[in-house]
Design a protein around this ligand. Structure first.
Ligand SMILES: Nc1ncnc2c1ncn2[C@@H]1O[C@H](COP(=O)(O)OP(=O)(O)O)[C@@H](O)[C@H]1O
Ligand SMILES: [Mg+2]
Length: 256
């Protein structure tokens, strides 16, 4: 098998006494679409945030394309800010709450990372940002401010912003959870297009139907561990373990 894009080894995360992640080992291969499920508070966001180092792991290692991030010392891994900034470009994140800058237009939001982080000249950045807005169907909204956009449109801008950095992996943290139901589809369609383009992505979601059809791997997180993992059929349709079954039973009102 090819070298994984991401290798997670022995990952632990503690917040004080709260031992949230308790030994996660997992490989993400190029083109994988990994759906992450789990109850509220089970550590799904923490896991994603460790993968792009918005949180630093308490123990364990993360390697991107075979290269471990940070360097080991006798008091754990040490990271430099430059190194982590580079990781965040390679591993993009889309948040539940969009996190757009309210005082910037859609276009300016997408351009921001290109000019400030990558140092790309404004006119080139503008062209690239327009192209990214086009990919999410929002060229016509380039000059709108976030407050003038629907939640679904804001989230599509946020996806365009993440794509503009040309990441190797995209992380989605409940990207449709704060949307009105009628706006969920337009965002899932954009994610579906990315999946079909072969984008490597990890997606925390409660949209089980979407996970079933578009993920190739499903992780169920419980007790800080990957409690059950497998294909969508294995985990979502034929879960072997009791807690996975109980979790999924809560969703039986929704069919695939
Ligand atoms: N920055 C933080 N500081 C302290 N505790 C945190 C922080 N982030 C998350 N936690 C705690 O970690 C646990 C897992 O949270 P989270 O990863 O957000 O779960 P999920 O996304 O599955 O709902 C919770 O108990 C939460 O309170
Ligand atoms: Mg969360």
């Amino acid at each position: 098998m090819d070298q994984p894009i991401i290798r997670i080894s022995g990952l632990h995360k503690r917040f004080g006494d709260n031992h949230v992640l308790r030994g996660i080992d997992f490989d993400v291969q190029a083109g994988d679409r990994v759906a992450i499920l789990g109850s509220s508070g089970s550590g799904k966001s923490t896991l994603l945030r460790c993968l792009n180092f918005m949180e630093t792991p308490s123990e364990g290692q993360i390697a991107l394309k075979g290269k471990t991030i940070g360097r080991p010392t006798d008091r754990g891994m040490r990271y430099t800010q430059n190194e982590l900034a580079a990781v965040r470009q390679r591993v993009g994140m889309v948040f539940q709450q969009f996190n757009l800058f309210p005082h910037m237009t859609a276009l300016q939001n997408v351009m921001e990372g290109l000019t400030t982080v990558l140092g790309i000249e404004a006119r080139t950045a503008r062209d690239r940002a327009m192209a990214e807005l086009g990919k999410v169907g929002l060229e016509s909204k380039a000059d709108a401010y976030p407050a003038q956009l629907s939640g679904g449109q804001q989230q599509r801008v946020a996806i365009a912003r993440a794509l503009a950095m040309d990441p190797e992996v995209l992380l989605f943290d409940e990207p449709t959870s704060s949307l009105d139901p009628e706006l969920v589809g337009e965002v899932l369609n954009v994610i579906k297009d990315l999946a079909q383009d072969g984008r490597t992505m990890l997606l925390v979601t409660h949209e089980l139907g979407f996970a079933y059809h578009y993920a190739n791997k499903v992780l169920f997180l419980a007790d800080g561990q990957l409690y059950e993992t497998g294909t969508p059929d294995e985990v979502l349709k034929h879960p072997k373990k009791e807690r996975t079954q109980r979790f999924l039973e809560k969703f039986t009102a929704f069919s695939f």
